[in-house]
Design a protein around this ligand. Structure first.
Ligand SMILES: Cc1cc2nc3c(=O)[nH]c(=O)nc-3n(C[C@H](O)[C@H](O)[C@H](O)COP(=O)(O)OP(=O)(O)OC[C@H]3O[C@@H](n4cnc5c(N)ncnc54)[C@H](O)[C@@H]3O)c2cc1C
Length: 347
């Protein structure tokens, strides 16, 4: 009802308005239920009572606390989990995190605001995106400039005597700060520090020549990406450049290994980017297993094609697929399948 007709009604029929308003407030106070269909559709409504053709045979319903809002893009897995646990967990209802649209903001190496000496960056924000991973935004020393990190390259974070590489998921389109997607490991020196430090606290970061990898535009028509866990972040950086450049015809196949389906990092982003341009970007998830010969033969370009491979993940993954990260030689599965040293980049 428009504001004008409401005013008219109020002037001419005060009793009718009172009844109407009461109905509205009653409706609001009535307990609401979250209904989940096997198809994955969900909606909010009043209780579904038993009937001859009882829809509750196949629709699950959960009472919602008064005032509880379910975002439209709430992850489906979160709803299923809530039904299984029989309680609404507001934390679980956060919309799935996404890195946004692919953005090519590529600069050449040598311009990064962080140098080979550690500089303090201030933690501005932390957003948990799953049970054990989060996005942190750090303010840069020069707030008027972007990070200006080349693609592909990473930065180093230091805490006490520990130094670890991280690849920002933000691009140089962001001025004054950068963002990291981090997975917290139970006893992880750096990841625990990043997970628990207070907003406004400082973390030292630097960037060294060794952190500069193969540069965009990449040298081949096809790119095969093999990533495990947090090894997805260098791939996101490369994908920003490729998919964010409309004239780039590089075809990318990503095989991404995760321990559990809940643990798939940047899942929504990958889904969105693949749906946007399936002819340029295809994703295959390997959940709870290892990336093996079959995945490479089925989803990756064969060695005789004009292709390069980007690899990033846990040590065991490097060892099995291409040989240790620090070893410039290519061994393991990729060697066995005929790929050469010049085709394989270990991030
Ligand atoms: C090029 C590059 C880019 C990277 N970018 C990112 C990034 O953007 N975000 C991010 O979160 N991480 C990234 N990493 C991994 C990161 O550098 C650290 O290894 C990770 O954060 C763990 O460090 P830590 O100090 O917390 O754990 P550590 O103190 O090193 O280890 C603690 C425990 O966690 C286990 N563990 C550590 N790392 C892994 C792993 N990868 N898989 C399984 N178990 C592990 C160890 O076995 C150990 O038991 C990147 C690594 C590389 C090589």
């Amino acid at each position: 009802m428009s504001r004008r007709s409401m005013l008219l009604l109020r002037r001419h029929a005060p009793r009718a308005v009172a009844a109407f308003t009461r109905r509205l407030s009653n409706a609001r106070a009535e307990p609401q239920f979250l209904h989940l269909a096997p198809s994955g559709d969900f909606w909010i409504g009043s209780k579904i009572y038993a009937a001859k053709h009882n829809p509750s045979d196949y629709v699950r319903s959960l009472p919602l606390p008064i005032g509880q809002v379910i975002p439209e893009d709430c992850p489906h897995e979160a709803l299923v989990k809530m039904y299984d646990n029989k309680e609404v967990d507001a934390e679980q209802l956060r919309p799935a995190w996404s890195a946004g649209d692919p953005t090519a903001a590529v600069v050449p190496p040598g311009l990064c605001q962080l140098t080979d000496e550690f500089s303090d960056c201030t933690l501005e924000e932390r957003t948990w995106v799953s049970d054990d991973s989060f996005v942190v935004r750090f303010g840069l020393p020069d707030s008027s400039q972007p990070l200006n990190l080349s693609t592909c390259a990473c930065i180093l974070a230091g805490h006490e005597d520990n130094v670890r590489p991280y690849t920002p998921i933000s691009t140089n389109a962001l001025t004054g700060s950068f963002e990291l997607l981090v997975k917290a490991y139970a006893n992880g020196a750096l990841s625990q520090r990043l997970a628990t430090m207070e907003i406004e606290e400082k973390m030292p970061f630097k960037h060294i020549q060794f952190n500069v990898k193969t540069q965009y535009p990449f040298s081949a028509k096809k790119v095969g990406m093999l990533a495990g866990g947090t090894g997805i972040t260098p791939m996101l950086q490369a994908l920003h450049a490729i998919l964010g450049s409309p004239d780039d015809e590089t075809e990318v196949s990503l095989v991404y290994g995760s321990k559990t389906s809940d643990g798939i990092l940047a899942r929504e982003t990958l889904k969105e980017w693949e749906a946007e341009e399936p002819w340029r970007f295809r994703v295959t998830h390997v959940v709870g297993g290892v990336i093996g010969e079959d995945h490479i033969k089925r989803h990756m370009p064969p060695p005789e094609e004009d292709c390069v491979f980007f690899i990033c993940g846990p040590d065991l993954m490097y060892n099995a697929l291409c040989g240790p990260r620090g070893d410039p030689e290519v061994t393991g599965l990729l060697k066995k399948l005929g790929y050469s040293k010049s085709q394989v980049y270990k991030f």
